[in-house]
Design a protein around this ligand. Structure first.
Ligand SMILES: [Fe+2]
Length: 347
């Protein structure tokens, strides 16, 4: 895997992206524009190169990927886009920077609800929006999203910003399941149960549970694995140790999931290699490596999550198609404003 981060400055100066037309980009290569951290995808790409002989070049971006590829236009060197969240996958398709891929291999590996019907994006891993519950203060081991609006939890719940895409995805799923009016009542109830104004990232909510600020929080499943194994910031292990993972709605429709995913760039110069990479990423070996690396769930049916992830319990994923979640994102965002979610609990 070659990291293209050093080319970033050059590219920023040349909006045409011509800096990419260097000799390094010959046949036998594939260019990846990624929102996913380079070290997360490196083991995968190394294995791909080992199997195929195709070299991978990665440009890591933390924002502006769509605008970047739009600006590069027909000369864009981007072949494959790697990103997280249905919001970003939809944004890529709507921004006109993807092209449809029809591959029997990919379509066999990736279940229908995790891919665009037109083949403009595909989920690679799922992550569930679970409830982090205080081990000390919450006796129950089951919960539903609906129950988070029950007044019995008044002053007990912490979450991050309501407008964050992770929460928007969940709220959009509530709209899809219950309709807008019910979802609004639910969100207003959840807001009234907040312990404080929404703040921080998902991991900060676990930290707040350890500190006794709240008993329940919403968080993505993989952060629990990242906290449990965090050698760089070992105090995160204590945050993780303070909580148990509850998979909401395990006894009915299942827990809300979102995806990390991939798309083929509209003007992919190395289209054949891009397809090879995408087929590789959806198949068994890569699914296993990826899931181990990121503490997420493989989309490939039958592929196992890591032991750390298995230790949380069993995920039963809501089968609602991601396109239905994407379709309700705008309404979800409006509801967040309408109920004043980010103002925190009413007095
Ligand atoms: Fe995240």
């Amino acid at each position: 895997m070659h990291l293209l981060k050093t080319s970033l400055a050059a590219l920023a100066l040349s909006a045409t992206g011509l800096a990419f037309a260097a000799p390094a980009f010959a046949d036998g290569e594939v260019n990846i524009y990624s929102y996913r951290q380079p070290d997360l995808i490196k083991p995968l790409l190394d294995e791909f190169t080992k199997e195929t002989g195709i070299t991978t070049n990665v440009l890591f971006l933390d924002k502006g990927l769509v605008e970047r590829i739009q600006a590069e236009g027909a000369n864009s060197p981007a072949d494959v886009i790697l990103t997280v969240d249905i919001s970003r996958l939809t944004e890529a398709k709507d921004g006109g920077i993807t092209q449809p891929v029809a591959s029997d291999v990919i379509n066999k590996d990736i279940p229908t609800q995790y891919r665009d019907p037109d083949g403009n994006w595909f989920g690679l891993t799922t992550r569930s929006r679970v409830v982090y519950a205080s081990k000390d203060r919450v006796a129950q081991n089951e919960i539903t999203y609906e129950e988070l609006a029950d007044p019995k939890w008044k002053g007990k719940i912490c979450t991050r910003d309501g407008q964050h895409s992770y929460n928007i995805g969940l709220i959009a799923s509530m709209i899809a399941h219950h309709g807008e009016a019910e979802a609004e009542k639910w969100l207003a109830g959840l807001k009234n149960n907040l312990a404080r104004k929404p703040d921080g990232g998902d991991r900060d909510q676990a930290k707040a549970i350890l500190a006794g600020e709240c008993d329940l929080a919403l968080g993505n499943s993989y952060y629990v694995g990242l906290m449990m194994t965090n050698e760089k910031e070992p105090e995160q292990k204590e945050w993780a140790a303070a909580i148990k993972v509850l998979f909401p709605n395990a006894n009915d429709r299942g827990s809300h999931v979102n995806v990390s995913g991939m798309a083929m760039a509209k003007n992919a110069p190395n289209k054949d290699n891009a397809l090879k990479l995408m087929e590789f990423l959806s198949a068994g070996t890569a699914q296993q490596i990826y899931a181990q690396q990121v503490y997420e769930y493989p989309v490939l049916p039958g592929a196992e999550p890591s032991d750390v992830v298995k230790s949380f319990g069993t995920l039963k994923a809501d089968t609602l198609p991601l396109v239905d979640i994407a379709a309700n994102r705008k309404k979800a965002s409006e509801l967040v404003d309408k109920v004043g979610y980010n103002d925190g609990p009413s007095q």
